[in-house]
Design a protein around this ligand. Structure first.
Ligand code: S3P
Length: 204
């Protein structure tokens, strides 16, 4: 230390907070769930940076495994084929070490996937209101479920059927029209004050 320099105070620096959260997770991954347009990928990417963990997007992994876009998988093979691939890809990813994983909106509706996530992850529901979801999904036309009908009606139906299931997640965070970094900071605070659920450590 320079003579006369004040000793550096230990604060709850993001770095310390990140390693505290990672340790509390005991090897488990953070798994983001929620409806289309909730911001799972954008928030997940930033959360992974904040936690110094790899970020993985399940939809992108499904597309890579299939060598096709999700729209093409739906169009050529149908939804149940997509769901089967989704289940397999998420199980494989969650066996592969600690990460922040963003899942597609339907993934958590599969009971087997919910069990895998419970065993190997900590689930966070990124919850958003209908207007926020609709504004975000309107930016792209890459979501086959919204192509056949009025997106607002489809989304409301999905909210009715999926929200009670999403509510089984370990943590819920309200996503709204604020910068994604605000949501990430809220998640970090929630994780730091409420560590992972009491489950045995996951071996890598
Ligand atoms: C789906 C959500 C999409 C994608 C697929 C089906 C769903 O992912 O997996 O179009 O069932 O809600 P996002 O939630 O990332 O848009």
């Amino acid at each position: 230390m320079r003579p006369g320099a004040a000793p550096r105070r230990r604060t709850a620096a993001p770095h310390g907070q990140a390693s505290q959260i990672r340790n509390a997770l005991g090897g488990r991954s953070i798994v983001l769930i929620g409806l289309m347009g909730a911001g799972k990928s954008a928030i997940g990417r930033r959360l992974a940076t904040a936690l110094d963990l790899p970020f993985v997007d399940a939809d992108a992994e499904i597309e890579a495994a299939a060598g096709q876009s999700i729209s093409d998988i739906f169009a050529e093979h149908g939804e149940s084929y997509f769901r089967e691939g989704e289940r397999r890809v998420i199980a494989r990813l969650l066996r592969g070490g600690q990460m922040v994983l963003a899942t597609g909106g339907g993934a958590y509706m599969c009971e087997e996937t919910r069990v895998t996530i419970k065993d190997r992850g900590m689930s966070i529901w990124i919850k958003a209101d209908l207007p926020v979801l609709l504004a975000r999904v309107a930016r792209r036309d890459n979501r086959p479920l919204l192509q056949n009908g009025d997106p607002a009606e489809i989304m409301q139906d999905l909210m009715r059927t999926r929200h009670p299931v999403y509510a089984q997640s370990d943590l819920t965070v309200e996503s709204r029209d604020v910068p994604h970094d605000t949501i990430v900071a809220e998640i970090m605070t929630a994780l730091a004050s409420r560590p992972a659920p009491a489950r045995p450590d996951v071996a890598e």
